[in-house]
Design a protein. Structure first.
Length: 393
C-alpha cells in the first residue's frame, strides 16, 4: 500500500502534478492520497524531496506445498452454457493430473445452470465444485474473484488453470493478487517437470519472437491462463462418473465496485472466428476498409468467418473482434485462408495450428508461405473474384 508520512511532509505539492490519476491533494498543507483513485504507479515517490511518500509491498509467504494437491480448472460458462475452452483446458488438466497422480477438479460459478456439472465430468473432470448464486448470474470481477478465492483457499489445488478469454483475462489476475501467487497469462503449452513436479508454463514473449518457459517456484497454486484452441478436448464419455459438490459463499457486496448493465451482442460476425471451421483473413494487402468486402464475399461463399491481421484492425478497416494473432484470437479451423497477410510471427502464433493453411500474396517471399500448405502467388484482387466465381458454380 501507499502512504504519506505526515511528520515528514512539508506541503511542497511537488507530488501533485506528477500523479497521472489526480489522486493527490493538499489538506491542511499535507499531502493526502485518495486510495480509490491511486493505482500504485509510484510516480510520486521519487518526486518527494523529503521521502515522505512510501509504498509498502505486502510480502507473500512461501506456501507449504504439502497442503496443495491436484489440478483445478475454472469452467467458464455464459448464460448456462459451458464455453468450449473449458473442455479444452480440462483435457490438458487431465494430462497434467495423470502425470502427478492427482485429480482434476472443475470450479463452476453462475446461477440457474441445471445439469452442466455432469457435462464437465463427461469431458474428464473427477470433481465439480459448484457455486450457484444470484451474485454470479452475470459476470463481474469482484463476485467471481471472491467465489473462486473461497474455493481455492478451501480445496487448495497445486495448479489452477483458466481460459485466456475476456472473462479469464479480466478477473484471474485479480484472483492471483488475492491469493498472493504468480500468474502466467496466454500460455500456449503446459507441462510437468519430471524431476520436481513443477508446472512448466510456456508463452510467447518479446512480441512472439521467443517462447518463454515460466515456473512458480515459491507459491501455490501455480496459475496460468490458456489460449483458446491450443488444446483439443477429450472425446465426450457419458459413462464417466464423478462427484459434484455444492458450495455456498458469503459475499462481501461492499467491495463490489462495478455493476452489470446489459449484454450487447457482437453483430459484426455471422460466424465467430474461434468456433469457425473455415476462416478467411484479410491483411495489410487489402489496402482499405472498402476492399474488405472482397474478404467478406469469399467468406460468404464458403460459409466462413472473417478474420483480420492486426495491421488491418489497427488501420480501422475491421473491428477488433475479428483479429487473429498474439494480441487477438487464437484459432484452429480446418481451413485458414490468409489474403494479403505477410505472416509476421505475431500473426502466426494465432493461426499456425490450423489444419490447412492457404495463402494468397503477390510477394513470393512473404513469410506466410513458409507455413502454408497451399500458396497462391498473385494479386488478391484478381485471385479472390476468380475463387468466388468458381465457388458460385
Amino acid at each position: 500500500m501507499i502512504k504519506v508520512i505526515q511528520e515528514k511532509c512539508i506541503g511542497c505539492s511537488k507530488c501533485i502534478p506528477v500523479c497521472p490519476y489526480q489522486a493527490i491533494t493538499l489538506v491542511e498543507k499535507k499531502a493526502v492520497i485518495d486510495l480509490n483513485a491511486c493505482t500504485l504507479c509510484g510516480a510520486c515517490v521519487p518526486e518527494c524531496p523529503v521521502d515522505a511518500i512510501i509504498i509498502e509491498k505486502k510480502q507473500g509467504q512461501a506456501a507449504n506445498f504439502a497442503d496443495y494437491s491436484g489440478v483445478m480448472v475454472f469452467a467458464e460458462q455464459k448464460y448456462g452454457t459451458i464455453m468450449p475452452i473449458s473442455f479444452e483446458i480440462i483435457s490438458k488438466a487431465r494430462e497434467l493430473a495423470d502425470v502427478l497422480g492427482k485429480e482434476v477438479t472443475a470450479a463452476l460459478l453462475g446461477h440457474g445452470f441445471h445439469d452442466q456439472a455432469e457435462e464437465l465430468i463427461h469431458y474428464g473432470a473427477d470433481k465439480v465444485i459448484v457455486i450457484d448464486d444470484a451474485f454470479l448470474k452475470n459476470f463481474l470481477d469482484e463476485p467471481y474473484t471472491q467465489a473462486l478465492a473461497y474455493i481455492v483457499n478451501k480445496y487448495k489445488p497445486e495448479i489452477l488453470l483458466s481460459g485466456a478469454t475476456a472473462i479469464g483475462r479480466s478477473f484471474v489476475p485479480r484472483l492471483a493478487v488475492e491469493l498472493q501467487t504468480g500468474l502466467t497469462a496466454d500460455c500456449t503449452d503446459l507441462d510437468i517437470d519430471p524431476y520436481n513436479k513443477e508446472l512448466i508454463q510456456t508463452r510467447p514473449a518479446f512480441g512472439g519472437n521467443i517462447m518463454a518457459k515460466i515456473r512458480t517456484k515459491n507459491h501455490r497454486p501455480q496459475m496460468a491462463t490458456v489460449r483458446h484452441k491450443v488444446f483439443d478436448p477429450l472425446p465426450k464419455d457419458e459413462t464417466r462418473k464423478g462427484q459434484v459438490i455444492q458450495e455456498k459463499v458469503t459475499f462481501d457486496a461492499t467491495k463490489f465496485l462495478s455493476k452489470f448493465l446489459e449484454y450487447i451482442k457482437d453483430e459484426t460476425q455471422n460466424v465467430k472466428i474461434t468456433d469457425a471451421d473455415i476462416i478467411v483473413t484479410g491483411g495489410r494487402g487489402v489496402k482499405c476498409a472498402e476492399n474488405f468486402s472482397l474478404i467478406k464475399e469469399l467468406a460468404s461463399a464458403l460459409g466462413a468467418a472473417v478474420g483480420a491481421s492486426r495491421a488491418a484492425v489497427d488501420a480501422g478497416w475491421v473491428e477488433y473482434s475479428h483479429q487473429v494473432g498474439q494480441t487477438g484470437k487464437t484459432v484452429k479451423p480446418k481451413i485458414y485462408i490468409a489474403c494479403g497477410v505477410s505472416g509476421a510471427i505475431q500473426h502466426l502464433v494465432g493461426m499456425q495450428s490450423s489444419d490447412i493453411i492457404i495463402a494468397i500474396n503477390k510477394d513470393k517471399d512473404a513469410p506466410i508461405f513458409k507455413v502454408a500448405d497451399v500458396g497462391i502467388v498473385g494479386d488478391l484482387f484478381e485471385v479472390i473474384p476468380q475463387l468466388v466465381k468458381q465457388l458460385s458454380r
